[in-house]
Design a protein around this ligand. Sequence first.
Ligand code: AHR
Length: 517
Amino acid sequence: MPAIHVDLARTIAPVDPRIYGGFTEHMGRCIYGGIYDDPDNKARPELLDERGFRKDVLEALKELRVPVVRYPGGNFVSAYRWQDGIGPKHLRPRRPELAWLNEESNQFGTDEFIEWCRELGAEPFICLNMGTGTLQDALAWLEYCNSSANTYYANLRRQNGHSEPYGVKYWALGNEMWGPWQIGQMSAEDYAKTAFQWAKALRLLDPSIKLVSCGNNGVTDWDRVVLRTLAPVVDYHSLHRYTGRKGVHDINVMGPPAAEKGIEITKSLIDLALIEHGLSKELTICFDEWNMWDPNGIPGEEGQEQPYDLSDALAVASWLNIFVRNADIVKMANIAQSVNVLSPIITSPSGLYKQTIYHPLKLFATFMHGTSLDVFVSSLASKADDDEEFYTGETDPAFIAHLAKHTPPSKRPSRWIDVSAVLTTDERELRIAVVNKHAERGYRIPLKLSLGSGPRLKREVTIHEVWHEDLSAGNDWETPERVRVRTRREALDQNEEGVLVLEAREHSFVLLVLELE
Ligand code: AHR
């Protein structure tokens, strides 16, 4: 039987709230029909403000406490002319959109995005076009957003009604430039060489910005080559990964560990690059696209509105556990995407509902802050009992199964019980996020807590739980609350050794709040 060990002295790092970031791309109904609508749309006028921002969507995202939003893509950005999206709306050109084979009206652009972020209370994070875009365009975009000088693009921003610079801090050097689907795909060497020059010039214009290199998933040579060249000039290395297999729960829920491997490898690649350059600087990971994405689901060209079930919610909780556990190196992460496209929120012209994955996301964004603790799940030594603690079947990607076979139990990526823990900044609460990925088996999990000489634990705890008897249960317009959070206060059971025990029922996610006194 697994046990959870938490030692308050074994700290990792503060959890950066930006790991709960979002992403809005000009794709499907994310922007148009998602966060924004034609202000003259009369379907339910009370849902739109005078700028065309969906008030209900803003509310739902505020509940998720989204601290930073990436924009405008994604693949979309690699043919995007940002200049089309500013100035009087009736003069903005309508263009062919090549990433998702659509048409772009440009009614929502940089100024609207910044204003929307301000309304949300989130920081903007802009991804630059390194496909069809030039360095000149990128410099112009940065000048438009951030310059207070008496120069052309800064004055254009003023002319468009925005006297103060926007101070956009985060800028990404291209999106997935390694992908064959990307307009302007490059080799790692070509990308690194070009991005180095871009970084240099962008910093000359605004030395205060933070730059993000375009990474792959962390387990590729692209990441090594790019980091080796760009380490001196960037602040973050981006990673992307999507996992998921609809209807095959075990494979679905065992996908996220691939991301953790990517993070571990990237952490070492960062160390290696910094050592090679003799540098001592902060260079961390920005996991700026992650989520569940069924490869056999609705294609991007059709808007990629994936319905999520409880299995996906458990996988998302596992994704978030990974970011919390790796708080020392993952300083930003952006769920892809925030509305309608692969999203926790689905809208119609007259309302919205929250998909299953909304709930773990909200619980983490609300509670998993403070110092990440080096939580450890102990294992049985006996091979005969392996099945009780580990999944041993097929995985996607396949390398998780391979690692599972060749890794000692304490570090095996295929554990049914997946955990992260934080100590709040005021040191009054210990919060433990526990995913029981097993479809059928419930666990009585001893909580072996080392609290030091100071605090003591109250036996009565708060339990926030996401569970439904049916693993394939999802939310929809008819039953929008089928899968949701249920919260209760209860005194935890104690085992014969006097250790508190958490009952984690089959296929459940539990966020446990323990009070210290
Ligand atoms: O989020 C959907 C797409 O997935 C993004 O546009 C792209 O960057 C990734 O391949």
